[in-house]
Design a protein around this ligand. Structure first.
Ligand code: ZN
Ligand code: ZN
Length: 286
């Protein structure tokens, strides 16, 4: 029983932290969407369900990944050549941060793209594309297996190549601030706001960019980047016209894997069916 106590304590701490974070996010995004969003694109999914996804996907994958990530980092420290580790240690912090961000974005781009192109992964990722209206909480509308895959592809290369430390050190303030920014930004790019952000759109993923990734037509298989749109420019999947997409969602919810292992697949005639919008395969665009 006593061995359960630290686990329970950590779980309750994480739950409290996530509740506080949810309150902050709601205080920012609810008024933002109310004043600057398209009222016809208001949330349709039940709020309780979206909040359930938020807690599920922020608690479970983090618990499952903590030990494997620590193992990969510790093993990498043993196996990587000493010259490489010395090079990393001598690298200016800002440069190391930029390289880490670029490497993580590169791997996360391909992880995301594969989750569209491999049916095995798509059945889990399709759940993120299910909502017919996209708003800030859609960021959490995921299957936990999809989150595990996304975090693994973004983080494992950093740990395996020695860019991330196995144990948090006192110099980790900037990475933590960057992670907080990335977490906040991932909610922002889903927000139901009609803003265009000018030159910033070349540098950072924005709501218009990511909303096109949620469209219910061939443009869905574009705009895979989570922070740096240059990834999509490099690999020919960038699509950013001057308007927002007309339709969101997926044609057939039965494509989605059940949320619980061995549970029934969602019905294709269920309430989340987005109607007759066309669905076709990817057409590369420069
Ligand atoms: Zn996707
Ligand atoms: Zn999304």
């Amino acid at each position: 029983m006593s061995s359960l106590f630290p686990f329970l304590q950590q779980f309750l701490l994480d739950f409290a932290r996530l509740t506080l974070w949810l309150g902050i996010l709601a205080a920012v995004f609810v008024p933002m969407e109310r004043f600057f969003g398209n009222p016809e694109r208001g949330p349709k999914s039940p709020l309780a369900g979206e909040v359930g996804y938020y807690f599920l996907n922020n608690l479970l994958p983090a618990m499952l990944l903590a030990a494997p990530l620590a193992f990969v980092a510790a093993t990498a420290r043993q196996l990587l050549p000493a010259a490489w580790l010395e090079l990393l240690a001598s690298m200016p912090f800002a440069l190391k941060l930029v390289v880490s961000l670029f490497l993580s974005e590169l791997c996360s781009y391909w992880g995301h793209r594969l989750s569209h192109e491999w049916p095995l992964l798509w059945q889990f990722h399709a759940r993120h594309h299910q909502p017919e209206q996209v708003n800030w909480l859609t960021n959490s509308h995921n299957h936990p297996v999809d989150i595990l895959w996304a975090r693994m592809t973004a983080l494992f290369p950093l740990y395996a190549l020695g860019f991330a430390e196995p144990v948090a050190g006192r110099d980790n303030l900037i990475p933590i601030l960057l992670l907080l920014f990335a977490a906040f930004w991932s909610f922002f790019i889903h927000a139901n706001v009609r803003w265009r952000l000018g030159p910033l759109e070349k540098l950072l993923v924005t709501p218009a960019f990511h909303h096109w990734h949620h469209t219910n037509d061939e443009w869905r298989d574009h705009n895979y980047a989570t922070l740096l749109p240059i990834m999509d420019r490099l690999f020919g999947t960038h699509h950013l016209p001057d308007h927002f997409p007309p339709n969101y969602g997926i044609d057939d919810p039965s494509e989605m894997a059940p949320l619980l292992p061995f549970g029934p697949r969602p019905s294709s005639s269920g309430p989340s069916s987005p109607g007759p919008a066309p669905q076709s395969k990817r057409q590369p665009e420069s």
